[in-house]
Design a binder for this molecule. Structure first.
Ligand code: NDP
Length: 329
């Protein structure tokens, strides 16, 4: 069957290839994949940059939506439409960029009412992560009323996680500031619900001080590095920063001042091993809270054969919003 394979260091370039169904990993559920999506980690895997994949050949694609064609698991029936994300898909075991996938039933999220398979992958891992960030802020008690008039800042705003986070937070009634390196995307980000845009360098290249002026009630950070350090220094007393990404760097240099003088919380958000109950809740919220017209606005569709080229584009920060991948063709 057709599949997009990870680049094997020093041996081959990633790209469209073939894989035998017999080589699919163990699992009690087999899914005919209809849609997958392009995420930053897929960019790393397909190009071979970053040590995302350690055994080869590997079918990339950290997420998938499809129809169950075989199941040995009670509660998962042939014909069910399902979502599977994370749990090593596309990293440790063959993922969503192949026409069939074999998974474990405990990873399967039934398609929530209100979503179809294409919409689910237009949201995909990035959108799920954005929702998990919003849930982390809510767990912390952040509401528009408690924000004290301050906005929530979203970094990497024109990317996949960022775009969904802007739309979700605005829909929930928050004032949203979008931090982006792409000022030409102002109209797009305002349509998603951003009330204000700031240039990404304001955060990534800010002078380092113990604390800055309190600007944000909270934050969703997809960038990491100096951006995350600045956001921590600028978050208001009692606020929360939901950190999920490293598009701008993995190192974090911070003093303890935001934590011990402002009571700021740093909530790490992780979508790969996130418990299934939390995922099902998050998908339910995505189905109800994310405006479908805005989801369409932030989504482009690509065939499987375009994925290798798009993998370079996402690493260069040139894809906007979400790319949904038509696997079934
Ligand atoms: P995208 O490439 O779609 O978005 C990343 C955005 O970050 C870009 O669009 C750009 O936004 C900004 N950016 C890119 N490079 C830089 C840079 N050098 N410095 C500052 N900003 C930069 O990726 P995703 O949205 O799919 O993923 C975003 C991050 O979240 C990645 O690091 C990814 O690995 C992580 N992630 C983590 C998950 C988890 O479970 N923790 C799950 C999914 C993703 P703009 O142009 O607006 O400035």
């Amino acid at each position: 069957m057709r599949a997009v394979l990870a680049a094997e260091p020093g041996v081959a370039n990633g790209g469209l290839g073939e894989i035998d169904e017999a080589d699919l990993p163990d699992g009690d559920v087999t899914v005919k994949v209809a849609w997958s999506s392009l995420n930053y980690k897929d960019g790393l895997a397909v190009t071979g940059r970053g040590k995302v994949v350690r055994s080869f050949p590997m079918v990339c694609g950290v997420d998938l939506a499809g129809v169950v064609v075989r199941s040995e698991a009670p509660g998962v029936e042939r014909g069910d439409e399902v979502i599977v994300t994370g749990f090593g898909l596309g990293e440790e075991r063959h993922g969503g960029y192949g026409e069939l996938a074999r998974v474990r039933s405990e990873w399967v999220v039934p398609m929530p009412a209100g979503l179809d398979m294409r919409a689910a992958m237009a949201i995909g891992t990035a959108g799920l992560t954005a929702m998990l960030c919003v849930l982390a802020l809510e767990d912390h008690g952040l509401t528009p009323e408690r924000a004290g008039g301050r906005p929530v800042v979203v970094t990497g705003a024109a990317g996949g996680v960022g775009s969904v986070a802007v739309a979700l937070l605005a829909k929930l009634g928050h004032a949203v500031t979008a931090a982006t390196g792409r000022p030409e995307e102002e109209a797009y980000l305002r349509r998603l619900g951003a009330g204000e845009l700031i240039e990404r360098r304001q955060l990534s290249d800010a002078p380092v001080r113990p604390l800055d002026k309190e600007r944000w009630a909270g934050a969703v950070d997809a960038v990491g590095g100096t951006t995350l350090a600045t956001v921590l220094r600028q978050t208001a007393y009692g606020g929360c920063v939901a950190a999920c990404g490293l598009a701008g760097g993995a190192e974090l240099s911070t003093t303890v001042h935001p934590f011990i003088l402002r009571g700021v919380d740093l909530a790490g958000v992780e979508s790969v091993r996130c418990p299934i109950r939390r995922r099902v809740d998050a998908w339910g919220r995505l189905a109800s809270d994310l405006d479908r017209d805005l989801l369409d606005e932030m989504t482009v569709e690509a065939p499987l054969e375009d994925v290798p080229g798009l993998a370079e584009e996402i690493l260069a920060g040139r894809t906007r919003g979400r790319v949904v991948v038509a696997v079934a063709g």
